[in-house]
Write a protein that binds this ligand. Structure first.
Ligand SMILES: Cc1ncc(COP(=O)(O)O)c(C=O)c1O
Length: 444
């Protein structure tokens, strides 16, 4: 037996909660209610960070006690059961794979990988749904067919609600000294509400059991809309006293209030549950409500950023990728214009200009120049020119320059580049050095 008075443990699994080691129950001080007392049960004090640690541990315990030979576990999960199972599996020496939706926050998927899980990421709802042949549930069932693999299946395994019947319910009963009047939980697999609710009603049938769910198309990981709940085995509304719907805006708004006013670092589904509790619980003397806060905010920073944008400075815009050639975008059009324009001259005209002292700029590569060249020409290969070099060119931009290459194409690019650098009087030789040779002009 672990000694919780010293909180010194021989294994991390001894930290799993029970009546002797309950997760904390903390009174909310700023609910706006006069009489009713609202207590939050802080489930991130579980050893692996969420209410689902209870379920993960109980699913494994139950299978072991039934004599199942466990080697590798596979489970469809919205994240928290996966994290709990991954860590229970590590401690027990089992392998673990999770099938889950790509819509689950990156933080949770990163945590799962970090904790050694094999992830199979699929296009599915935020919370896995039955009846989707390509979804997380079908994939887990398929993977569990392999020898040595077992699916414990939190959605249909009675060990899920039983985890709460054995631990969450007794803890709350004891922590409130039996004074609890209302129990409120958000609804995912419904293990929490069903197992805890059963225990509490067995001890006092007047305890009001209230479930809270999000709207269709919601963005709150771990919970299910009413439509999805209809397909959920442990959703047994006949056992509950009320089922309420809360919007994403209310849920995230309540979470923000919890952080900034109550100093409670709750995740989105805790905000959802509290918003429902504040709708359902009467503000009367003697009312003691307990609300499950399934996990804390840190796995959902990307979700909070989406829903509370005023808290976050806009992301700096990604810098536009620098074009490799700054003229590339407009070059083709400019090139065609230049080709048809008055700046293209024939080789004899270029030779006459050179005679009159004009600089000839040969933009071919050194190997081409070595084969045949124009005597007295300045050579500056096009790549260097386009990188900004003006070596050998007149420094006065009003001085005329004639560009030449092998056939008259690169020299036109060079003409455009020089004009962009401020040279006002640039010509390009049509047909390049080829035309120069054909015209019988001097070469070296
Ligand atoms: C963050 C979070 N909130 C609420 C729930 C709902 O709990 P339950 O599946 O017991 O209904 C879950 C379940 O995964 C969860 O991960």
């Amino acid at each position: 037996m672990a000694d919780h008075s010293t909180r010194t443990y021989e294994s991390i699994l001894e930290l799993l909660p029970d009546e002797q080691n309950p997760t904390p129950l903390v009174r909310l001080r700023h609910t706006g209610l006069q009489h009713a007392k609202i207590y939050a049960k802080l489930e991130w004090y579980n050893p692996f960070g969420a209410v689902k640690d209870r379920v993960a541990a109980n699913l494994v315990r139950d299978a072991e006690e039934r004599g199942e030979e466990l080697k590798n576990l596979v489970e469809p999960t919205s994240g928290n059961t996966g994290i709990g199972l991954a860590l229970v599996a590590n401690a027990r020496g089992y392998g673990f794979a999770a099938t889950l939706s790509k819509a689950i926050p990156a933080e949770k998927r990163t945590a799962l990988r970090l904790f050694g899980t094999d992830l199979v990421e699929l296009d599915d709802d935020l919370c896995p749904m039955p009846g989707q042949p390509e979804g997380a549930m079908a994939k887990a069932a398929e993977l569990a067919e392999r020898p040595g693999w077992t699916e414990l299946n939190q959605y249909a395994n009675p060990a899920n609600p039983d985890a709460h019947y054995r631990t969450t319910g007794p803890e709350i009963w004891r922590q409130t000294g039996g004074a609890i009047t209302h129990f409120v939980a958000s609804l995912g697999t419904c293990g929490t509400i069903t197992g805890t609710g059963r225990y509490l009603k067995e001890h006092n049938p007047d305890v009001q059991v209230i479930g809270v769910h999000p709207t269709d198309g919601h963005d709150i990981p771990g919970v299910r809309s009413r439509r999805a709940l209809a397909l959920t085995d442990f959703f047994t509304p006949e056992e509950y006293d009320a089922v309420l719907e809360v919007s994403d805006a209310e849920a995230y708004g309540q979470a923000r209030h919890l952080h900034q006013v109550e100093s409670i670092i709750a995740g989105p589904s805790a905000g959802l549950a509290l918003a429902g509790a504040l709708q359902a619980v009467p503000d009367e003397p003697g009312v003691v409500a307990v609300v499950i806060f399934a996990d804390n905010a840190y796995k959902y920073l990307s979700s909070f950023r989406r829903h509370l944008p005023d808290l976050f400075p806009p992301e700096p815009a990604a810098p536009a990728p620098a074009p490799s050639n700054p003229f590339a975008q407009h070059l083709d059009a400019a090139f065609r214009l230049a080709q048809a324009g008055p700046d293209v001259i024939d080789a004899p005209t270029a030779a006459a200009l050179q005679q009159a002292g004009v600089t000839i700029l040969d933009v071919r590569n050194p190997e081409e120049v070595a084969r045949v060249s124009i005597p007295g020409a300045v050579t500056l290969p096009l790549p260097q020119l386009s990188a900004g070099s003006l070596d050998g060119l007149p420094s006065d931009p009003s001085a005329p320059v004639v560009t030449v290459c092998a056939a008259g194409v690169r020299s036109l690019y060079a003409l455009l580049l020089l004009k962009a650098q401020g040279y006002q009087n640039v010509k390009s030789v049509a047909g390049g050095v080829g035309a120069w040779v054909e015209a019988g002009l001097p070469t070296a």
